[in-house]
Design a protein around this ligand. Structure first.
Ligand code: DGL
Length: 255
């Protein structure tokens, strides 16, 4: 079975790696729409057009389902249907955060688009009830840090600290990573947040779902990118810790 993945860049590798760990035999097609990075500030209609074009492209390559390895697009497609099943992250991330919290005080960090959509707030309250306290913070500087490979050092630490500052006095016990780029900054979150805060990444439950729903394949992985192949391969290697080979494609979208 062939499964497609979509993100604006290397962020979705956090989801791809989890699926690879839990369902290694599935054939995987990863599409990085770096030509339209970042997705975060884009209006919903543009994101929908990107997802529609990605579905068409991945289907033409044999994908029978799409994992949206991106929260910004997951928050836009909720409730919509596509020619193949599309699995988003929001509900799974919210479920994982609700089972991880003890105090009921949850912080959410994500792109502007995901926060503006209110999707995580809605799901967290739907699953956890009205007593759950949610502090949602848009952290638009974090995905670009990862996408440019600057995941360590003093400058990266300073940026992460300033983006997390609205959460530091909130006494949260769970931080929900509402953008797939963020797990690559976990070492900095750990340094900045109090020890008792659990970092929750939706990828793990989505990977379990993919493993339960889909079977078979030869474990192949192909990478497609809409922007520079060279840059994607370089950053991808850094983030994944292994060399990758990508092919350039166009989604023919003009915003
Ligand atoms: N990794 C994506 C997400 O989960 C998109 C980040 C961006 O392109 O702004 O939201």
């Amino acid at each position: 079975m062939r499964i497609g993945f979509l993100d604006s860049g290397v962020g979705g590798f956090s989801v791809l790696s989890e699926v690879q760990r839990k369902a290694p035999e599935l054939d995987k097609l990863y599409l990085a729409d770096t030509a339209h990075f970042p997705f975060g500030p884009r209006p919903g209609e543009e994101i929908l057009a990107i997802v529609g074009a990605a579905v068409r492209f991945l289907q033409s390559k044999g994908a029978e389902a799409l994992v949206l390895a991106c929260n910004s697009s997951s928050s836009v497609v909720e409730g919509l249907s596509f020619p193949i099943p599309v699995i988003g992250l929001i509900e799974h991330g919210a479920k994982a955060a609700i089972s991880a919290t003890r105090s009921g005080r949850i912080g959410v960090i994500a792109t502007e688009g995901t926060i503006r959509s209110g999707s995580y707030d809605r799901w967290l309250h739907r699953l956890g009830g009205p007593s759950i306290y949610v502090k949602s913070v848009a952290t638009p500087l974090l995905a670009p840090l990862v996408e440019s490979g600057r995941t360590s050092g003093r400058a990266a630490f300073g940026i992460v600290l300033s983006q997390l500052s609205p959460l530091l006095e909130e006494d949260i016990d769970v931080l929900l990573l509402g953008c797939t780029h963020y797990p690559f900054l976990n070492h900095l979150f750990r340094e900045i947040l109090p020890e008792g805060v659990t970092l929750v990444d939706p990828a793990s439950s989505v990977a379990e779902l993919a493993r339960d729903l889909y079977q078979g394949g030869e474990g192949s992985i192909e990478f497609y990118v809409t922007g520079s192949v060279k840059v994607f391969e370089k950053i991808g290697r850094k983030v994944l810790g292994a060399p990758i080979r990508a092919q350039r494609i166009s989604l023919n979208l003009h915003f």
